[in-house]
Each structure stands twice: as structure tokens, then as C-alpha cells.
Design a protein around this ligand. Structure first.
Ligand code: SAH
Length: 355
């Protein structure tokens, strides 16, 4: 077993204490932190203003995570890029880079696989493999910034995985990501999306962060939600709404509701009326996502006219709503599809070899 500590997952205070135990002064910790989180060094050997002896000592004592770029897909429609990254243990994760008028946004994964079981989602089909370390979440952003040569200004934790199911690591990641000594991404430009793990949403509200919380709602009654999302068996919509209200009260941050429209399942006028009733009392924004069909499931997208009618109905009731632009539709756009294609291909190879 690997006993080495993961140096890139340490915040500056922890790193300072850690290096002090090796006899190093605090300014050395600051230099190293800058190499890791600002200059985005890919290993200790790049840290040329640190003494060689110190770098060698670190090499034996700590692991330094880095990602291997396995595949890059670029959308011909909108320039969106999708990356498949290899982790040290051979697992792969996917991340997406999107260019908007107001800056570049990266969507990262928080786990390898997922155990939440949402029926329309490709990321969860094989369950959870493992949690990602804070460093492995940071690395996705660092690698993309290096590969594209462009500064990342927005980060959304909306890739594979349920961030609230990897809470401690998520929190460490958020602190390092938004640290003024690191990449210094504004907390207001960071969004964490959850399928709705109520106690964690409440806990996050207490962390004194200015990040946006997005709730994947997708249905307006518990009965309907249970059919789409197993987590709805644990927490009711009433509890979710209370947790959202609490998050807003504690942070002053407007909540985002994600609502994936599935043809004939949750896209009727009645659904829109119920969604209005849920959203009205809260300070929120609704993001409508035309469901991205995956081959393992029957779900289909709502008709374009239905999506528009659904949106109009909400707007008429003064609900703040947008339809998510479908970025990278031509490049395995939905969560987990690229990783899945990769693991499917490996499986076929193994089966062929066995036959
Ligand atoms: N686990 C977190 C974040 C990951 S998914 C969560 O549930 O919020 C990010 C968003 O994409 C969620 O709203 C999720 O429900 C949605 N999603 C997943 N697969 C989708 C698909 N095939 N089509 C449309 N939306 C999808």
C-alpha cells in the first residue's frame, strides 16, 4: 500500500507544517505551494528555485499526482473540448472545457463512477469505483489550463460523481481552488451540483463559502422523482426545499435548480405549474436541460416546441429560467459517456482476449 502523503491535497497551512517537520522554513512552503497551484508544475523536478536536497526528500516522502491525457475530443459546433484523463491507478475520469463570452468554464468529475443511480445518467451505470482526491479534482483544471493555454475562470462540479458523497475531499478542493495563494478562482464562479443529499447541503451552508449550489431536481413530486432518482427515496422534495432555503439564508447565494426535461415523463404543463409552485417562494434560477439520451436507457428528449412551452410557462409566472445550451452535442456530451465508451472498449478487448 502507498503510505506516502498526497502533497497537492494540502492547503498552505498544512504544507507549511509538513515541511517544517523536514526542517524547512515557511517561505519554502510558500514557494512550493506556488509551484503546485500557480505555476502548475508537473513534478518536484520543475521546482528549480528549491534546493535539490529538499526536492529529493519530497520525492521520497510524498506522492505528486498528475494526469495522463488519454483522449481529447473537440466539438466542431462550438469548440467545446472533452478530456479523458488517466489517474495513477489506471482509472479514467472525464472533464469538459467550454468557452463562453465571459470566460472559460471547466466541468470536473468528483468521483470515479457514482453510486446514486439516477436513471438517465451514464456515469452511474457501473456504480462507484472510488472517490477522487482533492489533488485529482484540481489536476483536471490545471491540466486543462495547461493544455489549452487559456485561463480558467469558472468551475462547475457537474461531471461524473456526486460531490456531496465525497464531502471532505470536495471541501479541501474548494478551499485550495479559491485560495488567493493558488489559482485564486472566485468562489462566486464555482458551482457544486448535487442530486440532493440534504444533511450535506445544510453542512455546506455552514462553510462560509460564496459558491453556487445547484440542485438536480428533475421532478416536482416525490413519486415522480423516485422513478428517476433513487436518492428521492431518502429525502423528500419538502426537505430539499427547506435545505435550499437554509442555504440561501446562510450564504445569500441564489440556488440553481437543474431540471432535465425527459419527453413524456416530466415535461407537461402540469409539471411546469408544479415547478413554479416549488420555485416561487425561493430565490432561485432554473436551468432546463434537454435530456441527453444514453444508449442504455429509453429516455428521449422533449420536442423543441415542448421545451419552449415549458420555459414560457415558467417565465409567465416570473420564474428566472434558462435553457442550457447544449455544448458539445457531437462529442459524447452527456456525463460519463466518454469514460464509458473507453471502459466499454477495454471490456471488449478483455473479452476478446479471453475468448
Ligand atoms: N451528481 C451531481 C452532479 C453530476 S450530474 C448531481 O446529480 O447534480 C450534473 C447534472 O447533469 C445533473 O443535474 C444530472 O442530473 C444531469 N444529467 C446527468 N445525465 C444526464 C443526461 N443524460 N441528460 C441530461 N442531464 C443529465
Amino acid at each position: 500500500m502507498d503510505e506516502k502523503k498526497d502533497i497537492k491535497s494540502m492547503n498552505l497551512k498544512e504544507l507549511t507544517e509538513e515541511l517544517a517537520s523536514l526542517g524547512e522554513k515557511p517561505f519554502r512552503a510558500k514557494q512550493m505551494y506556488q509551484w503546485m497551484h500557480v505555476k502548475l508544475a508537473s513534478g518536484f523536478d520543475e521546482m528549480t528555485n528549491l534546493p535539490k536536497s529538499m526536492r529529493e526528500a519530497c520525492e521520497t516522502k510524498y506522492t505528486y499526482t498528475s494526469l495522463e491525457t488519454v483522449e481529447v475530443q473537440e466539438s466542431k459546433l462550438d469548440g467545446t473540448k472533452k478530456f479523458l484523463f488517466g489517474l495513477a491507478d489506471g482509472n479514467v475520469v472525464e472533464s469538459v472545457w467550454m468557452q463562453y463570452k465571459h470566460g472559460n468554464s471547466v466541468c470536473i468529475s468528483s468521483q470515479v463512477g457514482c453510486r446514486m443511480g439516477c436513471r438517465f445518467c451514464a456515469s452511474t451505470l457501473d456504480g462507484l469505483e472510488r472517490n477522487l482526491l482533492p489533488s485529482e479534482m484540481l489536476d483536471q483544471i490545471y491540466s486543462i489550463q495547461k493544455l489549452t493555454g487559456e485561463r480558467v475562470s469558472n468551475v462547475v462540479v457537474m461531471g461524473t460523481g456526486e460531490p456531496m458523497d465525497n464531502y471532505e475531499n470536495l471541501l479541501k478542493f474548494l478551499h485550495i481552488l479559491t485560495d488567493e495563494n493558488g489559482l485564486n478562482i472566485s468562489q462566486r464562479n464555482v458551482t457544486v451540483s448535487t442530486c440532493g443529499i440534504v444533511p450535506r447541503m445544510r453542512q455546506l451552508a455552514e462553510e462560509k463559502l460564496q459558491i453556487t449550489l445547484a440542485l438536480s431536481l428533475h421532478a416536482t413530486t416525490d413519486e415522480k422523482r423516485r422513478k428517476l432518482m433513487p436518492v428521492a427515496n431518502r429525502y423528500s422534495i419538502a426537505e430539499l426545499m427547506k435545505a435550499c432555503e437554509y442555504y440561501f439564508d446562510r450564504t445569500g447565494r441564489r440556488i440553481t435548480f437543474e431540471y432535465s426535461l425527459v419527453g413524456g415523463v416530466n415535461d407537461t404543463d402540469e409539471d411546469a405549474a408544479e415547478l413554479t409552485a416549488l420555485a416561487k417562494p425561493l430565490c432561485c434560477h432554473i436551468n432546463l436541460i434537454p435530456v441527453n439520451p444514453i444508449k442504455e436507457r429509453e429516455f428521449v428528449q422533449s420536442e423543441a416546441s415542448r421545451i419552449q412551452a415549458f420555459k414560457n410557462k415558467l417565465e409567465k409566472n416570473k420564474i428566472n429560467v434558462t435553457i442550457r445550451r447544449e455544448m458539445g452535442r457531437d462529442i459524447d456530451g452527456a456525463c460519463g459517456q466518454l469514460r464509458r465508451k473507453h471502459t466499454d472498449a477495454l471490456r471488449t478487448l478483455e473479452e476478446t482476449a479471453r475468448a
